[in-house]
Design a protein around this ligand. Structure first.
Ligand code: ATR
Length: 277
């Protein structure tokens, strides 16, 4: 036990809807840790000064959400390889001398979630089909490649963004047009939606799943709603499906461990707490 008051939080704009305070708050209570995790509304204009001030105020670290995930890389004193590769950070840790280390745990959060809800899934089993080419897709692609995924078919509305990922991540990425999804779907061991389609308030995700193989694991990183149409339709076709909430929970764990010193459990209790109205 330490005398130091342990402080961490999340910065973003907007921030009121973030579920991170509830999530970390639950872990703090569960492990009896004397600490606080607070939401901080920080605009772009205030980002630099805020990040310099937080360690002086006693913060151990901070999560970063929209719209600051890319900008913090320019401010950080050091950036992990995976954050550099993804081009964004979600977890910042302040060293004892106030230096700012930027990391990205979205990719490991994605992998841990799938591993938790499948028996013997491994990224190296076969090709993956990834829908989307935004920040979340970069984290997913980076994690899958690191884990030995042999090929990633990448589909995006704006093809140039998918091409940019291929430039970055190399020849295991194959950019596929939206209309050609049926041609590659049958081959895939994994299908992941990283777009915002299917989220409450957004347009539905419509893809032709006729050739979806029942052996394919299907994951949607959208978690509002928890059961998306994609997951329901895939399940009806006999596929194993994994919802997106676990990615949010698992991406939070490394930060909590670094800042508060306990490796936290991601379990059904935590899911219920985060889902509660
Ligand atoms: P995030 O960081 O959450 O990935 P993002 O970078 O804004 O957010 O990416 C959102 C993804 O959803 C993108 O792949 C986007 O496609 P574009 O690159 O073409 O914008 C996809 N997306 C969002 N709305 C879409 C829509 N109506 N139809 C198809 N794709 C959509």
């Amino acid at each position: 036990m330490t005398d130091k008051l342990l402080l961490a939080g999340v910065i973003g704009d907007p921030i009121a809807h973030s579920r991170s305070p509830r999530l970390h708050g639950h872990w703090l209570e569960r492990y009896g840790i004397e600490g606080h995790y607070v939401p901080l509304h920080v605009t772009r204009e205030r980002l630099h000064d805020t990040l310099r001030l937080l360690p002086e105020l006693g913060f151990s670290g901070i999560n970063v959400t929209i719209p600051h995930k890319e900008a913090v890389l320019q401010i950080a004193d050091s950036v992990t390889d995976r954050a550099a590769l993804i081009g964004a950070a979600n977890t910042l840790t302040f060293t004892a001398s106030g230096k700012l280390q930027a990391d990205n745990t979205d990719g490991v959060g994605f992998l841990e979630n799938i591993k938790q809800y499948t028996h013997d899934w491994s990224a190296s089993e076969g090709p993956a089909l990834v829908l989307g080419a935004g920040g979340a897709a970069r984290a997913v692609v980076s994690a899958l490649l690191t884990e030995g995924c042999p090929q990633i078919y990448l589909v995006n509305r704006t093809r140039a963004r998918a091409d940019a990922l291929r430039e970055n991540f190399g020849a295991r990425i194959v950019v596929v047009d939206w209309t050609r999804i049926p041609d590659v779907l049958g081959d895939c061991a994994l299908l992941v939606n990283t777009t915002s389609l299917g989220m409450v308030g957004k347009q539905p995700l419509h893809i032709d799943l006729d050739r979806l193989n029942p052996q394919t694991v299907v994951n949607d990183i959208v978690y509002t709603p928890l059961r998306t149409e994609l997951l329901d339709e895939a399940q009806a076709r006999g596929c194993h499906t994994v919802d997106g909430l676990g990615m949010l929970l698992h991406q939070a764990a490394p930060g909590f461990e670094r800042w508060f010193g306990v490796k936290p459990e991601v379990d059904d209790r935590l899911r219920r707490v985060v889902l509660a109205k």
